[in-house]
Design a protein around this ligand. Sequence first.
Ligand SMILES: *[C@@H]1O[C@H](CO)[C@@H](O)[C@H](O)[C@H]1NC(C)=O
Ligand SMILES: *[C@@H]1O[C@H](CO)[C@@H](O)[C@H](O)[C@H]1NC(C)=O
Ligand SMILES: *[C@@H]1O[C@H](CO)[C@@H](O)[C@H](O)[C@H]1NC(C)=O
Ligand SMILES: *[C@@H]1O[C@H](CO)[C@@H](O)[C@H](O)[C@H]1NC(C)=O
Ligand SMILES: *[C@@H]1O[C@H](CO)[C@@H](O)[C@H](O)[C@H]1NC(C)=O
Ligand SMILES: *[C@@H]1O[C@H](CO)[C@@H](O)[C@H](O)[C@H]1NC(C)=O
Ligand SMILES: *[C@@H]1O[C@H](CO)[C@@H](O)[C@H](O)[C@H]1NC(C)=O
Length: 406
Amino acid sequence: MCGSGNPCWGCGRCAPSPMLLLSLLLFAAPFGLLGEETRQVSLEVIPGWLGPPQNLLHIRAVGTNSTLHYVWSSMGPPAVLLVATNTPNSFLSVNWSRLLSPEPDEGLMVLPKDSIQFSSALVFTRLFEFDSTNMSDVAAEVPGKLYPPYSLAEFYWNNITDSLDTATLSATFQGHPMHDPTKAFANGSLAFRVQAFSRSGRPVQPPRLLHTADTCQLEVALVGVSPQGNRSLFGLEVATLSQSPDCPSMQEQHSIDDEYAPAVFQLDQLLWGSLPSGFVQWRPVAFSQKQGSRESALPCQISSLHPPLAYHLPQSPIVRAFFGSQTNFCAFNLTFGASTGPGYWDQHYLSWSMLLGIGFPPMDTLSPLVLGIMAVALGTPGLMLLGGGLILLLRHKQYSEYQRIN
Ligand SMILES: *[C@@H]1O[C@H](CO)[C@@H](O)[C@H](O)[C@H]1NC(C)=O
Ligand SMILES: *[C@@H]1O[C@H](CO)[C@@H](O)[C@H](O)[C@H]1NC(C)=O
Ligand SMILES: *[C@@H]1O[C@H](CO)[C@@H](O)[C@H](O)[C@H]1NC(C)=O
Ligand SMILES: *[C@@H]1O[C@H](CO)[C@@H](O)[C@H](O)[C@H]1NC(C)=O
Ligand SMILES: *[C@@H]1O[C@H](CO)[C@@H](O)[C@H](O)[C@H]1NC(C)=O
Ligand SMILES: *[C@@H]1O[C@H](CO)[C@@H](O)[C@H](O)[C@H]1NC(C)=O
Ligand SMILES: *[C@@H]1O[C@H](CO)[C@@H](O)[C@H](O)[C@H]1NC(C)=O
């Protein structure tokens, strides 16, 4: 979707058009104040079954009239269920013996069923590594020669209980391949850090996506993994449910404000339906250093969203348990970095964040800094006119008073 019929080079690195500037000036300012809706958020690791670790994390966000459930699991490939209900009393019900069976249908439910307003899922299926050594063509379809992909369904994941932090409402799934013949993951890991929020705000780390109490954030980080080539690019395959024959839609939004995400003027969105609906949003930028900055920013390319052809997606037990076997999937690829510029090879570090949520996606409005700059820039001629008028008025007044006294 990047570059198609769009004058920008790469992803999100284009300057905004004057028309866009104008429309933002006209329409963005009145929405500068955001609603401050809060939710009672709890994170719970659902105690499992004796046997190998089965991570099941339930995020429950209770509002006045609704409850949002985010269920994360690393059973099979890492996956998340998003469920919105119209009651503050809905709850998650898990039948482990059914969930772990070959036919897990109804092994995991949100009850009461008729309170469910929206449900969908994301599944993270594969990690790709490409050799970009000979890829001088930035606009190439393929980022380079593909090394054997890592199937995320065949990873060992840590016990999530150890990373659960109820103060920051976060937890981290950290994993490495079960079979690692090249020992690439000997000193490294792939991590999925999940964070929920009880009110709106912005994290400290770029790209500083604006979040609300209706969303949760996922940060994917690849750290310390030995690349197989000198200039390896990494990619992630993501699958999602499609309720209709069509895949969910992808959207690009542009903004003139890059205060929070340096030099990135674009926000990508996946929408499951017409709004309000479920959504995923991200800035098309990844970082090659822990302290994300302009210098360590990598472009992030996204492929089109389509049904996976000639390839069986690994099954996620929680998705099968909740939605049954009659489900259609669509998938897309994210690729991080380009063969030139900074890359994973610098520090063996790569991170990328996205926000998923239900309702209306948070919209970036102009930041206070930019509004301030605009007020000064636009205001100077106005102030000069106003100042000039006042001086004339005062002088006139002085004259008239002088004359009256005289
Ligand atoms: C995970 O760790 C917690 C506490 O350390 C422990 O109680 C639990 O049994 C562990 N879970 C598994 C599946 O090993
Ligand atoms: C909750 O529901 C009540 C009654 O249906 C309604 O009056 C109120 O506006 C709702 N509150 C919110 C925050 O949606
Ligand atoms: C859980 O599932 C099993 C197997 O389908 C069933 O026999 C059992 O009754 C269920 N347990 C509960 C509490 O529903
Ligand atoms: C890159 O190109 C050079 C010269 O065309 C070739 O010798 C080399 O094998 C190529 N390397 C890879 C990894 O394809
Ligand atoms: C992993 O780290 C150890 C100690 O720092 C080092 O000796 C070893 O060579 C590293 N292994 C790989 C595959 O990088
Ligand atoms: C990586 O770079 C080194 C030094 O520049 C070179 O000797 C080696 O052949 C390169 N490896 C690959 C796989 O291109
Ligand atoms: C993702 O990229 C890999 C490697 O290029 C390809 O085999 C796969 O079909 C792609 N998946 C999707 C959903 O486009």
